[in-house]
Design a protein around this ligand. Structure first.
Ligand code: SF4
Length: 255
């Protein structure tokens, strides 16, 4: 029987997509972003994690009705568990609720096709483009995560497959919002914004949330790798202005 390793569940959240939603944070991620504020969810297993069956989660979700509009699965990286979530979402839809996925975009689109078909909306976190991703998201320091296969990571660095995944989901009308964490010096930030602007050119209703990276609350070992990468407020404001000048209609700043 399929089970889902769950790090935590927030019964009612209004920051994970439209309306009040039950947020489920899975354990396990295929990235290791230096600025991760949920780094305890990166390893595939951890102490205190509970494995849920579809029926157990369904019962829990039913208990939160009628106060929720749907559920959002976040992480970690939710798409790792595409088979389980496809099954769960089918049943959740029967309750008249919507199903959202929060993703870093590092997935094999063919492999998760069934999950895409069952997902109402994706909250899409663009991590960057190019070689900078290696240091930002796929670093070997800090964690020894054997499950993060090197060949898999290389596809995103070399072919920007995560951006192609984004464009595919945009054409299918499955994107609710995009996010970009502004970090300095790991890649050409303006080039990333231009790439996002290109992708969003036909979708002016979709917002880009631009978030200024901060290190508050991060473990010490992460902070030391982030020296010199926190943008000044003026640099952040300039990037937001640049995003607008590139034609992104809705730029929401969180700094
Ligand atoms: S994708 Fe999200 S959960 Fe995974 S390491 Fe990056 S910030 Fe953390």
């Amino acid at each position: 029987m399929l089970t889902l390793p769950v790090h935590r569940i927030i019964p009612f959240s209004n920051v994970e997509g439209i309306g009040n939603r039950t947020s489920i944070f899975v354990q396990g991620c295929n990235a290791n972003c230096l600025y991760c504020h949920n780094s305890e969810t990166i390893p595939m297993t951890a102490e205190g994690i509970r494995n849920y069956t579809v029926q157990e989660l369904l019962d829990l979700i039913k208990g939160n009705m009628p106060f929720i509009r749907g559920i959002t699965v976040s992480g970690g990286e939710a798409t790792i568990y595409h088979e389980f979530l496809t099954e769960l979402f089918r049943d959740v839809h029967k309750l008249g609720l919507t199903c959202y996925v929060d993703t870093n975009g590092f997935f094999d689109r063919q492999k998760i096709q069934s999950l895409i078909a069952e997902t109402d909306k994706f909250l899409y976190d663009v991590k960057g483009i190019g070689e900078g991703l290696k240091r930002l998201c796929f670093t070997d320091v800090l964690l020894n995560n054997d499950h993060r296969a090197k060949g898999f990571q290389q596809r995103f660095i070399e072919t920007e497959e995560h951006m192609l995944n984004l464009e595919h989901l945009l054409t299918e009308g499955r994107i609710e919002e995009l996010r970009l964490v502004h970090i300095k010096g790991l890649y050409d930030e303006k080039a990333v914004v231009r790439r996002i602007a290109e992708s969003l050119s036909a979708y002016s209703e979709i917002p880009l949330k631009l978030i200024r990276m901060h290190v508050r609350g991060l473990p010490k070992e992460r902070i030391q790798f982030l020296k010199g990468t926190v943008p000044k407020v003026s640099e952040f404001d300039a990037l937001a202005k640049y995003a607008k000048s590139m034609g992104i209609a809705k730029v929401l700043t969180i700094g």
